[in-house]
Design a protein around this ligand. Structure first.
Ligand SMILES: [Zn+2]
Ligand SMILES: [Zn+2]
Length: 366
């Protein structure tokens, strides 16, 4: 019997339909109402004002910071540290763990990732993950919340100007709903983001007498830069780059973007194998998020790191090569040979078990 759940009384914003209380298969609960017309969605003035004004305010603040003699090198290192920490918390936490369940983690890891990611001003993990699951489920179609089919700049950030990602009546996946830390972060997202994203860097930089640098540079400017690097995944990585695994969708591998986005730029691979905890699957691929998750696994702070097998990856690559060269015979042969493996993937019980694996359903999960 379906039951409605409203978290924390935010009835106008959050309403959940939990069809199967015991069902943790998030794939079955991706919202289906996202095909609603974008033009019908109301403008989100909070996002519009923040996204348009934050670059201007941070640039003006940073210019004043330098011109007025407040510049302090330690503040730049602080900004770099905050950018890296918050960026990795979003990619490892919001993206690979909460959106794709590419690995599991105990409460201490989840809490650390949620609090750190709050400082990135990218909304709560709940909202982020639901929008991202829609992106994968409705990729390149009308229900894709940041589909490149609406244009480069729409996919980059204009999509946020309308309340299309989170709509009244959309169901919340039970796996996210069941996590009290996800609910906590969602409920207190605004104060958490203010405290960890702006107040904390301001307080730390005040230790060496540079609170304004902490606010404008390690706080606001760092948020703006990380914002647009994240946005580039949806715009640049759906427009430029290679498609070694599939050209049936717009996701592309763009190594330069990967270097700036903690490994997220291997986007053709990611859209083919979204349940894999790696985006850059080769050891030499620049994917700091993968290395972080692997390290957490080695330390006992992450488990069940999911990977597709090398054979499956190479099979997908061979199929794409055959498709490109127009050798449909080869295409058919490769497709046939890989078809029985399609629902399988490697899953390491922990990183300490390396790439040894037991099969689980990990491909084509969104
Ligand atoms: Zn994408
Ligand atoms: Zn994804």
């Amino acid at each position: 019997m379906p039951r409605q759940i409203v978290i924390f009384g935010q009835e106008s914003i959050i309403r959940h339909v939990l069809a199967s209380p015991g069902n943790s298969q998030f794939e079955d609960t991706v919202p289906t109402s996202s095909t609603r017309s974008l033009k019908d969605a109301p403008l989100d003035w909070t996002v519009i004002l923040f996204v348009t004004l934050s670059p201007l305010v941070s640039a003006a603040g940073a210019a004043w910071w330098i011109a007025s003699g407040h510049f302090h090198a330690a503040t730049l290192w602080l900004a770099l540290g905050f950018a890296t920490a918050t960026g990795l918390a979003v990619t490892a936490g919001y993206h690979r763990m909460f959106a794709h369940r590419a690995f599991e983690a105990p409460w201490i890891t989840r809490l650390a990732l949620l609090l750190t990611a709050s400082a990135g001003f990218q909304n709560s993990a709940l909202v982020w993950a639901i929008g991202h699951r829609k992106h994968h489920r409705y990729l390149d179609g009308p229900g894709d919340p940041y589909g490149i089919n609406h244009g480069f700049w729409y996919a980059h950030f204009l999509w946020m100007f309308r309340q299309v990602q989170w709509q009244k009546g959309d169901p919340v996946p039970p796996d996210l709903l069941a996590d009290p830390l996800v609910r906590f972060q969602h409920r207190f997202y605004a104060p958490l983001s203010g405290i960890f994203g702006l107040a904390l860097p301001t307080a730390i930089a005040s230790l060496w007498g540079d609170p304004w640098g902490g606010f404008f540079v390690a706080g606001l400017a760092r948020i703006v830069i990380n914002h647009h690097l994240t946005f580039a995944i949806n715009s640049v990585c759906h427009t430029f780059g290679s498609q070694p695994y599939s050209s049936k969708h717009t996701g592309r591998d763009h190594w330069f973007t990967a270097t700036l986005t903690y490994g997220e730029g291997y986007h053709n691979f990611h859209h083919e194998f979204p349940g894999d905890y790696r985006n850059g699957h080769k050891p030499w691929h620049w994917d700091p998020t993968k290395w972080l998750v692997y390290t957490l696994g080695r330390a006992g702070l992450a488990s069940n790191l999911r990977m597709v097998s090398d054979a499956m990856i190479e099979g997908r690559r061979a199929r794409q090569t055959a498709r490109r060269s127009g050798t449909s015979q080869v295409d058919t042969a490769v497709h046939t040979s890989t078809a029985p493996q399609a629902p399988t993937a490697a899953r390491a019980n922990s990183a300490s078990q390396g790439h040894a694996a037991r099969a689980v359903n990990a491909t084509s999960r969104a």
